[in-house]
Design a protein around this ligand. Structure first.
Ligand code: BG6
Length: 510
């Protein structure tokens, strides 16, 4: 395990894993607290954790930023964010308790600001009983990581000691290629040991993504077929119907591959393709993911095995929406892709010859994330001509969102006096099978970081390996000019369909 701490959560190693895991004495400082992520995700998640009773009594939330805010102004901001974004019903009593531990410190990333922050945290350690345990959430662009880490180090707030822990939580983008990711990791690791660094990939906080491990390793029926003998190909799709209005500052020049494939989709691939870990301890799980990522690379030639596109104006349902180049803040000549697809291979005995198709895009037909394992056809079909003509390939589909669950597709006899076989679906839906509601991904991840549970956080090595898979594709695209246009509301550029047709496959229309 990682950092040392005198306080040991009695529930952490409890035999009964159903007991709620409650964070020990601690606080969190959020840098970039006025940004979108903090307002929409982090602050509501912290409120939800408080409302579920999973934060310690003296939990302290410190916002740090340039705004001329006092405690009350920041409290109002947090309350508004919580009321707008929390999953749980707003409860005045919980709020009043949480609000007592909400503080704002005004400052830049300079000595003066951090001296003030350090003095304030010292007071709070005494008045709130945080035990000196602080998680620093860097919800800021990576160019500020260096200043923040060095300032924290300078004022002596970065080191964990025998009695208290200090952790840093960082958000993507973790660089824009392998080299820059390595540099970023060096900057952060020069101040915080890897065991104190928690990199957020919010997909790993999703219930359905964690269920990949349960599905594969708690059951007997799937694993024997989970290999190249039975599986023809794998499709990993993350489709969004939203456009990029308002996000030009972050997205222009980044594009869909860096934004989503490098992190979320490659993590999904790793969980689907990895071998069984010896346990779900962070080291064991991460070691298996690393093995898969090391064995993964793009299939060549890239002009046939990848596709990229940019949405143009079109009908998104009943709304006529702008194309990317007309969106505010985007360069009208922008070459940033809003759709990216690639073909990868995992060079292992289990997966030899099985293409993994990954695709993601904005302004597509609908919002859906799924992983489909498409099976080979049965080696022999004892049917007469016409009887099984409309039978497709069997599939296991893990529906990550929005309609969380698992679908199995197989052939079944159509009722009647003749033999006719057709595809049917067998569904498991979370919403029907369980009464418990899934926590929001950020809730789960923030709680895990406070508890020092790092299984759901990618390591620096995973991040760098993911870039090494993607770098050649991005490099190739950077030399071929404009991305292909696709109409908003469709399923992406024609080249993405061609990419699969060449191998006799087609994208699912989820
Ligand atoms: C983020 C990307 O990581 O994930 C966004 O930066 C994307 O571009 C978002 O919209 C999607 O997350 P979710 O949880 O809504 O699928």
């Amino acid at each position: 395990m990682s950092t040392t701490s005198a306080w040991v959560n009695p529930l952490r190693n409890a035999k009964d894993k159903r007991l709620p895991r409650i964070a020990g004495p601690s606080g969190m400082v959020i840098f970039g607290v006025t940004g979108d992520l903090a307002r929409k995700k982090l602050l509501p998640a912290i409120y939800d954790l408080a409302n579920r009773g999973l934060l310690p009594a003296g939990f302290t939330l410190v916002g740090y930023g340039r705004r001329d805010w006092d405690k009350q102004a920041f409290c109002d901001y947090v309350r508004e964010a919580a009321e707008a974004g929390a999953r749980t019903t707003f409860n005045e009593h919980v709020w009043e308790h949480l609000a007592k531990g909400i503080e704002f410190v005004q400052g830049n990333f300079d000595n003066e600001g951090f001296d003030k922050l350090s003095a304030r945290l010292a007071e709070l350690n005494a008045s709130r009983g945080t035990g000196g345990n602080w998680a620093y959430y860097l919800s800021v662009p990576p160019e500020f990581f260096s200043d923040i880490c060095h300032q924290l180090e300078r004022v002596g707030m970065a080191d964990s000691t025998d009695n208290s822990w200090r952790r840093v939580i960082i958000e993507k983008p973790f660089g824009h290629d392998q080299n820059s990711a390595r540099q970023l990791n060096e900057i952060v690791n020069a101040v915080f040991p890897e065991s104190s660094v928690f990199r957020i990939d919010h997909y790993l906080g999703k219930e359905t993504v964690q269920n990949i491990l349960a599905l594969r390793f708690a059951n007997q029926i799937f694993e024997p077929m989970w290999n190249a003998h039975y599986i023809d190909h794998v499709q990993i799709t993350m489709a969004e119907d939203i456009g990029l209005g308002g996000r030009a500052g972050y997205y222009d020049g980044i594009g869909a591959a860096r934004d989503v494939i490098q992190n979320h989709l490659l993590q999904l691939l790793a969980l689907v393709a990895m071998e069984e870990p010896s346990s779900f301890d962070p080291e064991a799980l991460q070691a298996e993911k690393i093995k898969v990522l090391r064995a993964t690379n793009a299939v060549h030639p890239l002009n046939k095995t990848t596709a990229r596109g940019q949405y143009s104006a079109g009908w998104q349902g009943s709304e006529y929406v702008k194309g990317l180049r007309e969106e505010e803040g985007f360069d009208p000549e922008s070459t940033t892709e809003t759709y990216a697809a690639c073909t990868l291979e995992v060079n292992s005995r289990r997966w030899a010859g099985v293409p993994f198709y990954l695709r993601t895009g904005k302004r597509l037909g609908r919002r859906v994330t799924e992983i489909a394992l498409v099976f080979k056809t049965a080696p022999h079909q004892p049917f007469d001509q016409g009887q099984a003509d409309s039978l497709g390939q069997n599939a296991v589909v893990i529906r990550v969102q929005p309609d969380e669950g698992v679908t199995m597709r197989f052939g079944s006899k159509v009722p009647g006096s003749t033999m006719e076989v057709r595809d049917v679906n067998m569904d498991f839906a979370y919403a029907e099978a369980f009464t418990e509601e899934s926590p929001e991904a950020y809730e789960r991840l923030i709680l895990d970081a406070l508890l020092d549970e790092s299984s759901l956080f990618p390591t620096n090595e995973e991040v760098e390996l993911s870039w090494s898979i993607l770098d050649p594709i991005i490099e190739y695209w950077s030399n071929i000019g404009q991305p292909e246009q696709y109409r908003a509301g469709t399923w992406g550029p024609e080249s993405a369909d061609r990419m699969l047709r060449r191998r006799g496959h087609s994208w699912r229309r989820p």
